[in-house]
Design a protein around this ligand. Sequence first.
Ligand code: DX5
Ligand code: ZN
Length: 216
Amino acid sequence: MTTYVAPSILSADFSKMAEELKVIENSNADWIHIDVMDGHFVPNLTFGPPIIKSFRPHSKMVFDVHLMIEQPERWLEEYKKAGADRITFHIEACNHSHRYLAAIKEMGIASGITLNPQTPLCAIENVIEECDQVLIMTVNPGFGGQKLIEPIIDKIRSLKAMIKEKKLRTLIQVDGGINADNAKKVVEAGADILVMGSAFFNSTDKKSLVSTIQAL
Ligand code: DX5
Ligand code: ZN
């Protein structure tokens, strides 16, 4: 199976988003990763549904929306209406993740759950059947440009084993500090989708970065 690349627009130039969305499309990346931060669940603040809606006419690519917000259940419908094709929320942000994963699927889009570095994998053991993707945070969420936390690579391996044991088709996504140097390591551990913010936007040859990772 090939590896998917999902550039994160958190590292894009916000003053020219229509152009930045084209830059992602021209790189032949697979999805666009959109980081939603509420200033509460994480210290940083980014954008909400109206801004995502304004991106939609400028791109036909898959919008992979990563909600770093409290009470994500209140907003699922709004993000779907804004143009999300996939919605991932944090297990640490709610008590009834199984219900909300099912709600996302009922809306006809892909569901995802994510775990902060401190959250053990057993937290999702009983809800993983409802997930199209599980996002393993390889940094503490909130900011781009951080360094990948190495011990988390073992968590990717354990998640891969859990998916295999349960005979599921759940995709494993990784996010935070991913670059050309560590991509192979996370793919070997089991990652299917690599989110890349700063490494993508700082790259002078985005096409070759993307195709190298897709071939891993
Ligand atoms: C961090 C976000 C990431 C971020 C990744 O909280 O969830 O998606 O954009 O950026 P890099 O790749 O620079 O770590
Ligand atoms: Zn993200």
